[in-house]
Ligand binder design. Structure first.
Ligand SMILES: [Zn+2]
Length: 317
């Protein structure tokens, strides 16, 4: 991490007892902060470890967010250290198996339609959660399927069919031999890691020539994000950066991928899940959720582009 100039206002210096470290743009390395997108809205007393889990109700808390004019990335600075984050994610809770399964169906469908993977020997899913997507990979004929997940809770509830394929712990590229995989996937995780470009470079090294990387991330340029502004659930204490079509493309190209394609993802979720994401007052939301979760209407599947991007790139053969 490159320190910012001393004159830069840095916001809070600690978070949940850990120090916060200033950083430059994690994609292009530029330390020229075009503009402060939002000052930190961290309220430490209200935060528990539950802040670190996937697909939970939004809390509208975030670190200080700046925008990089070089690559259109929104990124947090200062941020907690990698050690702090790894510890927080290890203990994070998980309560979203159904959403995880639904997302895996959306991504599996996307994989089948848009990612060229004639060779199916070796697939790695980084941030696999309860491994729902590993089931989709097996169904599509992939062999040597591996998932990596830093949190113990989702792995504990993984289906017996895929549990043995999941490595519990932070992703470490050094644990795998170079060129082992034909496909590396990483869904809703690029926002959470402190070095997203490093993750893509690692993926590149682990892929064989002709292999594909397939990412899904939030799009801060999506209509929903622009309309909701800072009330959008994408502005979250766990998100250390937010991508746009341009910045995710740039990330993959800098990591050495070619033939990069970026598309909008259409998610299918039950209505009660959409309500969970809506910017309603907490008391009203609790009542709406209780009603929807118990009703048939709440279980109705609704398809919509919620501002997720899929990005695919290939390692030159
Ligand atoms: Zn940048």
């Amino acid at each position: 991490m490159v320190a910012l100039p001393e004159t830069t206002p840095r916001g809070p210096t600690t978070f949940q007892g850990g120090v916060l470290v200033a950083r430059s743009c994690p994609v292009c390395g530029s330390s020229r902060e075009t503009r402060v997108f939002a000052e930190a809205s961290v309220i430490p007393e209200s935060l528990t470890r539950f802040a670190f889990s996937s697909r939970k109700a939004p809390e509208n808390l975030h670190h200080r967010i700046v925008e990089c004019e070089e690559c259109e990335l929104l990124y947090s600075s200062p941020v907690p250290t990698r050690e702090f984050l790894e510890s927080a994610y290890r203990d994070a809770s998980f309560g979203a198996s159904e959403e995880s399964r639904l997302a895996s169906l959306t991504y599996g469908d996307f994989l089948r339609r848009f990612v060229r993977t004639p060779d199916r020997r070796g697939a790695l899913d980084i941030g696999t959660g309860d491994g729902a997507f590993l089931q989709r990979l097996l169904e599509q004929g992939f062999t040597d399927v591996v998932g990596v997940e830093p949190s113990a809770a989702p792995v504990a509830v993984a289906s017996p069919r895929v549990k043995g394929l999941i490595r519990l712990g932070p992703f470490r590229a050094s644990e795998f031999e170079a060129g082992r995989f034909q496909l590396v996937t990483c869904f809703q995780t690029m926002e959470h890691v402190d070095d997203p470009l490093g993750l893509c470079r690692d993926a590149h090294r682990l892929l064989r020539g002709g292999g594909a990387i397939f990412l899904v991330c939030h799009n801060h340029r999506a209509l929903s994000a622009r309309v909701m502004g800072l009330k959008s659930p994408i502005f979250d204490i766990e998100h250390l950066q937010l991508f746009s079509p341009r910045s995710i493309r740039k990330t993959l190209e800098r990591a050495g991928f070619t033939g990069v394609e970026v598309r909008v993802v259409v998610n299918r979720y039950p209505l009660h899940y959409w309500a969970k994401l809506a910017p309603l007052p907490a008391s009203m939301k609790a009542a709406v959720l209780r009603w929807l979760e118990g009703s048939r209407l709440g279980r109705t599947l609704l398809a919509a582009p919620v501002g997720n991007l899929a990005a695919v790139g290939y390692k030159p053969a």
